[in-house]
Design a protein. Structure first.
Length: 94
């Protein structure tokens, strides 16, 4: 089963109950890089989120929660994950 942004979003929603969540598949931009596959999908993702579970946690601890929630997909070939924890989300994402 290919790894998709929808799968990651559902898992993060279930595990972290975020108040804000965006998941972007950036795999196509990494074609030919280490960890990329020949489909151009499912290997490189960016996650922007905010969750009450992050309150009082260090940046490393927050990222560990995200990695732990997505470990199944990491084991299946998710190669790169950019994590942005946002306090007040804006809609201007470049």
């Amino acid at each position: 089963m290919p790894i998709t942004a929808d799968l990651l979003q559902a898992r993060l929603q279930d595990q972290l109950s975020p108040t804000f969540l965006e998941v972007f598949d950036e795999s196509a931009a990494h074609a030919g890089h280490l960890g990329a596959n020949d489909t151009g999908q499912g290997t490189h993702f960016r996650v922007r989120l905010s969750s009450p579970q992050f309150t009082g946690m260090s940046r490393v601890a927050r990222h560990r929660l995200v990695y732990d929630a997505l470990q199944t997909y990491i084991d299946q070939g998710l190669h790169a994950l950019a994590i942005e924890v946002v306090e007040t989300p804006s809609r201007d994402f470049s």
